[in-house]
Unconditional design. Structure first.
Length: 82
C-alpha cells in the first residue's frame, strides 16, 4: 500500500500595505516558490487568490479565485483564473 499523496491549498491575500507587485501579477512566481518551498509536485497543490474590500482603495468586494497553470519542468505558465 502506497502512502497517501500530500495535497495543499494555498491562499494568497492581497494586503493594502503591499507596495510591490500584486498577487495577480506575481501568480506564476508565487506558485513556483510555494511548490519548491513545500517540496510538492504541482498537481498536488491548489492556488487561491484572495482580495478583500480593503485590498485596494475604492474596492468594495471580497473575491476568491482559483488560479491554475500550465506546468513545464516545474515552471508555472499561462495562469487562468476562475
Amino acid at each position: 500500500m502506497q502512502p497517501p499523496r500530500r495535497r495543499a491549498v494555498f491562499i494568497a491575500t492581497e494586503i493594502k500595505e503591499n507596495q510591490e507587485q500584486s498577487i495577480t501579477n506575481a501568480a506564476e512566481e508565487l506558485a513556483m516558490q510555494l511548490v519548491t518551498a513545500f517540496n510538492l509536485e504541482p498537481e498536488q497543490a491548489r492556488f487561491i487568490e484572495h482580495y478583500t474590500s480593503e485590498s485596494f482603495e475604492g474596492s468594495s468586494e471580497t473575491s476568491f479565485d482559483e488560479v491554475t497553470f500550465d506546468w513545464q519542468e516545474r515552471q508555472a505558465r499561462n495562469p487562468q483564473w476562475r
